[in-house]
Design a binder for this molecule. Structure first.
Ligand code: ARG
Length: 457
């Protein structure tokens, strides 16, 4: 059988099937990293140009020439004109090729003292940092929308359920602001993921450093990271771990969204109709003319399953992976990119739903027709007049019909303790959402300013 001719790449001749297999989706996925790869390169070259070393690795003029060319490549990437060929294999070698086409021998120097392992690790962290700020903004916006929904309907009673059975009087305010608080707490693991990600691996090279006195603290500062990862071997091992931690945080958000979606599907069914979903956010049936289906919410439920899969896949790729770079790590790239995209889109689409759904106070109150839902409140009233709780419990249980006619509005007004139906601090929850949004905006503005300084003439 004839062997196909090997394909010439920047790093040697490779069997075409092997090349296709090993590069996988990198030529497409890496397009998302083109801009940050240029920024990482700008920081690296700036650091090399400031090194007190003979011979000079980069003069200041050479640094400026490289940065000017990188600016052009960023413009190409933004215009969708930057391409990664099969021979490039990935964005790192594609950028080097473009620089060499533009700058000749100068372009061939940018790989001095670094490796692609180094580059991909820093690119991912730069990319994740931007994405996490955007994600946190979406999370804060949805939490704020839920707080607003709750506050607007703070006095509308809603049957509170355990095991899905009527349990005790609750309110739309409690339900909606409860989900808001769940999402606000999901911001804690997200914050941890941001902190772990905000560390600079650059200068690790292939994972073992270089024999020249590079300034790793400088590259970290130039890129606006909190600090460099210290041990360069660990810096290379941290690839994938960063992404797995991030996906873990996204899983928590998606679990919250999935539960909220499930409640909305249930409580917008005709049998309940506490909520009516906006018609243009529902989809129809090709055969049943009457249908308005909550496909959006069903897909959010499914996306939560996908996130669990992506998170688990990343963890399993890392498990028992030997220290140092291994190509397995490449396959964590699509997982984190997809995980971030899905989580962000789900937050946005859920906010549309929450902002525009309508509440039916009549249907909410009608659900209290079955009087058992007041039983615990009545037992505690008896306790308040001196009866031991267990006696009150049995007395109420034996006379459930006596509860008929109890008023759900009164019931929810009585729960004035912290976090009860009449004790929810909507302003505090709103303030938490605002703080999260402001923090994400400020962090991103600082990053943008740092990048602008680095890429300036
Ligand atoms: N595309 C590769 C990845 O994502 C870049 C690093 C390649 N390094 C190597 N030693 N083959 O992992």
């Amino acid at each position: 059988m004839n062997q196909p001719a090997d394909t010439a790449t920047t790093v040697g001749k490779i069997n075409p099937d092997v090349l296709t297999f090993t590069e996988g989706k990198d030529p497409v996925l890496d397009l998302a990293l083109a801009e940050v790869d240029c920024i990482g390169t700008a920081a690296h070259v700036t650091m090399l140009s400031r090194m007190d070393y003979t011979p000079t690795l980069f003069t200041d003029d050479q640094r400026r020439a490289v940065i000017a060319a990188l600016r052009d490549i960023i413009a190409e990437a933004r215009a969708g004109r930057f391409t990664i060929t099969a021979a490039d294999q990935d964005v790192h070698l594609a950028v080097e090729r473009r620089l060499t086409e533009r700058l000749g021998d100068l372009g061939k120097k940018v790989h001095t003292c670094r490796s692609r392992n180094d580059q991909v690790a820093v690119d991912i962290r730069l990319h994740v940092r931007n994405e996490l700020n955007a994600l946190q903004g979406e999370l804060a916006a949805l939490a704020a929308a839920l707080v607003a929904l709750g506050e607007a309907h703070r006095a509308i009673p809603m049957v509170g359920r355990t095991h899905l059975q009527p349990a005790m009087p609750s309110s739309i305010g409690m339900w909606a602001s409860g989900y808001a608080e769940m999402l606000l707490d999901d911001a804690y693991p997200l914050e941890a993921a941001y902190k772990v990600n905000d560390l600079c691996p650059l200068g690790s090279a292939a994972g073992y450093g270089v024999p020249l006195p590079i300034d790793r603290a400088l590259t970290s500062d130039l890129l606006g990271f909190a600090r460099p990862l210290h041990n360069v071997f660990y810096a290379s091992c941290a690839r994938g771990k960063d992404e797995a931690i991030l996906l873990g945080a996204c899983v928590q958000i998606m679990l919250s969204l999935s539960r909220l979606a499930e409640d909305l599907i249930l409580f917008s069914m005709p049998e309940f109709r506490y909520f009516t979903l906006p018609r243009d956010l529902c989809t129809g049936s090709s055969i049943m003319p009457q249908k308005y289906n909550p496909d959006v919410l069903e897909l959010i439920r499914a996306k939560a399953a996908l996130l669990i899969g992506q998170s688990t896949s990343a963890a399993v790729i890392l498990k028992a992976l030997p220290g140092g770079y291994n190509r397995d790590l490449q396959d964590t790239k699509e997982l984190y990119m997809e995980g971030l995209r899905v989580t962000r889109t789900s937050l946005r689409i859920m906010r549309l739903m929450v902002e525009r759904l309508t509440v039916s106070p009549d249907r909410c109150r009608a659900a209290f027709a079955e009087p058992g839902v007041f039983a615990t409140d009545r037992a505690l009233e008896l306790v308040a007049s001196g009866m031991p709780f267990r006696d009150a419990y049995h007395q109420v249980r034996d006379h459930l019909e006596d509860l008929r006619g109890m008023d759900p509005d009164e019931a929810i007004a009585k729960k004035t303790h912290l976090g009860g139906t009449n004790g929810i601090d909507y302003a505090a929850l709103r303030a938490r959402a605002e703080t999260l949004a402001a923090e994400a905006t400020a962090r991103q503005a600082a990053i943008d300013a740092t990048f602008a300084r680095l890429m300036a003439d």
